[in-house]
Write a protein that binds this ligand. Structure first.
Ligand code: 5GP
Ligand code: ZN
Length: 113
């Protein structure tokens, strides 16, 4: 499949992997927007959160638990962080494979740009 995250999952293109299990992979973003910028990616190719349903919704719990674990490992659990899911064109999604941005290490402004 011509999907950059599927290629990373299949080890066809390199990435700095910070976590991997049967269902999930977490990597450093190639173009970081904060001192810590990780991407938490389900291995199943879902285009966006719009493809979450009763069959696959357990991945959301796994992602949240992984975000907690990585926030601890990267020392941003106390200071705080932002977990972001850009969705569709207006949401600013550029890679059509569901992923969660875990951003931290600096103050996050609101509203986002
Ligand atoms: P989106 O814009 O879809 O919310 O987020 C896609 C993210 O994937 C962007 O932050 C972009 O920097 C990152 N990205 C795109 N291609 C690659 C890649 O080949 N490797 C890594 N590590 N990150 C990528
Ligand atoms: Zn994919």
């Amino acid at each position: 499949m011509d999907c950059v995250f599927c290629k990373i999952i299949n080890k066809e293109i390199p990435a700095k992997i910070v976590y991997e299990d049967e269902d999930l992979i977490a990597i450093n973003d190639a173009n970081p927007q904060a001192p810590i910028h990780l991407l938490l990616i389900p291995k199943q190719h879902l285009k966006s959160i719009m493809e979450i349903n009763d069959e696959n919704a357990q991945i959301l719990e796994q992602i949240i638990k992984l975000a907690q674990k990585l926030a601890g490992e990267f020392w941003i659990d106390e200071k705080g962080f932002r977990l972001v899911v850009n969705t569709g064109n207006d949401g600013g999604q550029t890679v059509p494979h569901l992923h969660f941005h875990l951003l931290g290490g600096r103050f996050m402004k609101w509203p986002p740009g």
